[in-house]
Ligand binder design. Structure first.
Ligand SMILES: [Zn+2]
Ligand SMILES: [Zn+2]
Length: 250
């Protein structure tokens, strides 16, 4: 299994970082997680195209996670393919495509709504992988996803969330936790107000879940400060288009 970050920033972020979006490669399957503004561009810059994607997982309806889906649909229809998209029931694609003036392009999207649950829920099973989802703790209905590969490797992506037991349970003993870290230590109050976590809380979630590798994402306007890491947690700095081989982390 490989993880290729396409973007690593939040909605309010340095423009060079893009919006958080990840390609997960398992054998010949590719899953795109989240599609914020500029995701199509980032996808192409990293050497992929819409017809490389078997599945798209959307975590919530905030623009930095879903705004780019319309562009992906435009190119999918051009290629005569349909995008298989999963996301919380809260994501109203009909309304989004209508507002953007392209309701006819919704036919290029096969949307499977998920009813978020605090207990891990298996949402997709294929030959190469299993996808499990759980309710995160954000300001709108949000899903965190776990992908278990047939090769024994595993990643969990928190999406936008305050620290929550739901994600600790979901990520239990996974190889890698990709957790949002929108604030620096000391900004807990304001981070929680906006439904986010700090860097030290992301580290603590990884620790409690027994996950040794943490990739912090969703940076805001300040460089992330990682303190209190300890010997039990290894921090992986995400860089756009740079594949991380999960097999090597074991
Ligand atoms: Zn976000
Ligand atoms: Zn959000």
């Amino acid at each position: 299994m490989k993880v290729i970050p396409l973007g690593i920033g939040g909605w309010v972020s340095n423009p060079l970082l893009g919006n958080v979006s990840l390609v997960v490669e398992i054998d010949k399957s590719r899953i795109l997680i989240d599609a914020g503004e500029g995701t199509y561009r980032a996808l192409r810059m990293c050497g992929f195209d819409v017809d490389d994607l078997d599945l798209i997982l959307i975590t919530h309806r905030h623009g930095d996670h879903v705004m780019g889906l319309a562009t992906l649909a435009l190119f999918a229809r051009l290629k005569g393919i349909t995008l298989k998209v999963y996301g919380p029931r809260d994501v109203d694609l009909e309304k989004l495509f209508d507002v953007l003036g392209i309701p006819q392009y919704l036919s290029a999207v096969d949307f499977h709504p998920i009813d978020p649950s605090p207990e891990p829920l298996t949402v997709v099973i294929s030959h190469d992988y299993r996808v499990t989802a759980v309710l995160a703790d954000h300001t709108v209905q949000t899903l965190a996803y776990r992908i278990d590969g047939s090769d024994g490797s595993c990643i969990t992506y928190s999406s936008d969330t305050r620290p929550t037991k739901n994600i600790i349970n979901l990520a239990r003993s996974c190889t890698l936790l990709i957790h949002e870290a929108s604030g620096n230590p000391g900004t807990e109050e304001v981070s929680h107000l906006h439904g986010h976590s700090t860097t030290s809380e992301a580290i603590q979630v990884a620790r409690e879940a027994g996950v040794k590798y943490l990739m912090p994402v969703h940076y805001y306007v300040e460089p992330p400060i990682l303190s209190g890491v300890g010997n039990d947690i290894n921090i992986i700095i995400p860089l756009p288009c740079m594949p991380l081989d999960i097999q090597k982390l074991k």
